[in-house]
Design a protein around this ligand. Structure first.
Ligand SMILES: [Zn+2]
Length: 138
């Protein structure tokens, strides 16, 4: 069983709709075929998927991803391109070359981008990152 198949089978209809809209176009042929088969299996039509997207996209009631409401996300360590914002965290950790990019697994929305200048790093966000990194090391 492929990882893509495993993943899409576990998605809710709403999540599958968002995946189809945002990530599907960037998938390789084989993965696209898997997504299309899953959509067909569930009998999801384009109209139904559009309705799901319309209901949840950037809804203020979303408690997960701001764009699709999914709680599935991945965090990746990436190399710094913006060195100024993380000095506090790095001083705590004694390291200086990596930061975190967190994105929604379903729609690819950037939940947190340590290299982005546009997001403001609050104390709470910084704390969250430090705690996450600590857990990862063990
Ligand atoms: Zn999302």
């Amino acid at each position: 069983m492929s990882r893509v198949k495993d993943f899409v089978e576990k998605l809710h209809d709403v999540e599958l709709s968002f995946l189809y809209k945002y990530k599907y176009p960037g998938f390789f042929d084989q993965s696209q075929a898997i997504v299309r088969a899953e959509i067909e299996n569930r009998g999801l039509t384009q109209d139904v998927m559009n309705a799901h997207i319309e209901k949840y996209e950037y809804s203020e009631n979303n408690t997960g991803c701001p764009r699709c409401n999914s709680i599935l996300h991945t965090a990746q360590q990436v190399e710094y391109t913006n060195t100024s914002r993380y000095q506090a965290i790095d001083a705590l950790e004694g390291r200086d070359s990596y930061t975190t990019v967190e994105e929604c697994s379903v729609c690819g929305y950037k939940l947190f981008d340590g290299n982005s200048d546009s997001s403001t790093l609050t104390f709470f966000q910084a704390l969250k990152i430090v705690v996450k990194r600590m857990f990862k090391k063990k």
